[in-house]
Write a protein that binds this ligand. Structure first.
Ligand code: PRP
Ligand code: URA
Length: 210
C-alpha cells in the first residue's frame, strides 16, 4: 500500500470493528460504535495538524503548551452512511464546520449519483475530511473529492472504516493527492459491489432501513 494510505492497527479500533462486522449487532450498537471508531480515527488522522507554542499560567507556574495553530477544518460526510461518523469527529474537533454531500450508488451501474450538496461558505479555506464508512468501488469518494475540488478545496483527506483494494486503487488513480485513512482493507468486492467480508450495507445498518 502506498504512502498516502494509512491503515490503522490500533487494538481498540479492531475490537470495535469486530462488533460492527457481526451480522447480529443491532442498529443501536452499530450506530454507537461507528461513531466511536470515527472519534478514534480522527485522533490519528489529525496527527499532522500544526500547533503553536503558547504560555499558560497554571495555579503553580507557567507551562509552555502546544495549541492548535488555528487551521480551519470541515467535516464532509457522504450521505447517508457518512452521517454516522459526524458526531464522533465533532467530539474531537468541536469547532469544525460540517458540509454535506448526498450521493448514492446506482444499483445497476454502481455509478455515483449526486442528489444534495451544502457546504460552509468558506469551504475553500478549510482542511476537509470526507467521512464515509465504506470505500467500495471508490466511485462515491472520487465524486465527492471532485465536487470539493470544484469548490476550490486544496487539502482533502478521506476517512473510511472499511475499504476494498479496488476502491483504494480507484482513489489513488483519480486523486493521488488525497490522503486516505482506513481502519481495515478487506479482500475484494462481490458482483454487487459489496465489500467482502465487509459489514453489509452501512447506511441500512446505521439507520435500520433493512
Ligand atoms: C454506500 C457507502 C458509500 C458507497 C461506497 O452508500 O456509504 O457512500 O456506498 O460505494 P462506492 O465506493 O462503490 O461508491 P450507498 O450508495 O449505499 O448510499 P447510502 O449511504 O445512502 O445507503
Ligand atoms: N456500500 C456499503 O454500504 N457496503 C458495501 O459493502 C459497499 C458499499
Amino acid at each position: 500500500m502506498s504512502d498516502n494510505v494509512h491503515i490503522f492497527d490500533h487494538p481498540l479500533i479492531h475490537h470495535k470493528l469486530s462488533i460492527i462486522r457481526d451480522k447480529n449487532t443491532g442498529t443501536r450498537e452499530f450506530r454507537t460504535i461507528v461513531s466511536e471508531i470515527a472519534a478514534l480515527m480522527c485522533y490519528e488522522a489529525t496527527r499532522d495538524m500544526p500547533t503553536q507554542e503558547i504560555e499558560v499560567e497554571t495555579p503553580v507556574g507557567v507551562a509552555k503548551c502546544q495549541k492548535l495553530a488555528g487551521k480551519k477544518v470541515a467535516i464532509v460526510p457522504i450521505l447517508r452512511a457518512g452521517l454516522g461518523m459526524v458526531d464522533g469527529m465533532l467530539s474531537m474537533l468541536p469547532s469544525a464546520k460540517v458540509g454535506h454531500v448526498g450521493l448514492y450508488r446506482d444499483p445497476e451501474t454502481l455509478a455515483p449519483v449526486t442528489y444534495y450538496c451544502k457546504m460552509p461558505p468558506d469551504i475553500a479555506d478549510r482542511d476537509v475530511i470526507i467521512v464515509d464508512p465504506m470505500l467500495a468501488t471508490g466511485g462515491s469518494a472520487s465524486a465527492a473529492v471532485e465536487l470539493l475540488k470544484g469548490y476550490g478545496c486544496k487539502h482533502i483527506k478521506l476517512m473510511n472504516i472499511l475499504a476494498a483494494p479496488e476502491g483504494i486503487a480507484a482513489m489513488q488513480k483519480a486523486h493521488p493527492d488525497v490522503e486516505i485513512y482506513v481502519a481495515a482493507v478487506d479482500d475484494h468486492l462481490n458482483e454487487h459491489g459489496y465489500i467482502v467480508p465487509g459489514l453489509g450495507d452501512a447506511g441500512d445498518r446505521i439507520f435500520g432501513t433493512k
